[in-house]
Design a protein around this ligand. Structure first.
Ligand code: FMN
Length: 197
């Protein structure tokens, strides 16, 4: 009998406020993950502002973040749009773990990128920032239809994403991430494909 396939994913939200929509969306992903996929949300609240002076003796929170990413099969990253870009919280976290440049734990790490905002655009203007950043870290961005989660006054309620279309599109991108991880790790291709509508 073949062992069921498993994946360990780490989720990073680019907002640390208690009522964060970004975190609520990650929580929803956790609820609807395909079988065998475990998503652990890493809280970035304790990660200090990047300071190269501290690289020789990393703060405990940064070590924990590095360990969480290094031991994962891939990442799900969601950033709110702030001033037409990604949030400082997410940029700061990635700056910490992106060293040494071109040889960090982010090299060949699969990543699925999501953005969110209250506007109907869903933070679409921050998508390019995240793509550019993860290209620079030599990470493997899951290809697929961009998922920018907007209209959050309606699409997010009681700490969960409730818009079925957005959940379906998010799952399609997560399936693409799993495919990317299979490629990176030389796992066999999955047998059945899911619709990416
Ligand atoms: C400093 C700041 C800048 C923002 N800039 C934008 C923006 O440029 N475009 C946009 O659509 N929303 C913008 N917003 C709205 C946020 O994207 C929205 O409130 C989002 O839900 C915040 O994420 P969170 O709920 O995870 O904290 C901004 C919010 C803040 C606090």
């Amino acid at each position: 009998m073949t062992k069921p396939e498993t994946f360990k994913l780490v989720g990073l939200a680019g907002s640390i406020r208690s009522a964060s929509v970004s975190r609520a969306i990650l929580q929803t992903f956790k609820d609807v993950m395909p079988e065998g996929v475990e998503l652990t949300i890493f809280d970035l609240a304790e990660v200090p502002i990047f300071n190269q002076d501290l690289e020789a003796d990393l703060p405990a929170s940064v070590r924990a973040l590095r360990e969480a990413i290094a031991s994962s099969d891939g990442m799900i990253v969601i950033s709110p749009e702030y001033n037409h870009g990604m949030s400082g919280v997410i940029k700061n976290a990635i700056d910490w773990v992106s060293r040494p440049g071109y040889a960090s734990i982010l090299v060949n790490k699969g990543v699925a990128i999501f953005t969110t905002s209250e506007s109907p655009l869903g933070g679409a203007r921050a998508q390019g920032d995240l793509h550019k950043m993860f290209l620079s870290t030599l990470s493997r961005i899951a290809p697929g239809r961009e998922v920018s989660i907007g209209g959050t006054a309606k699409s997010v309620r009681d700490g969960r994403l409730i818009d079925e279309t957005l959940i379906r599109r998010s799952l399609a991108l997560i399936e693409s991430l799993l495919d990317e991880i299979r490629l990176i790790q030389g796992r066999p291709k999955r047998m059945k494909s899911s619709p990416a509508s």
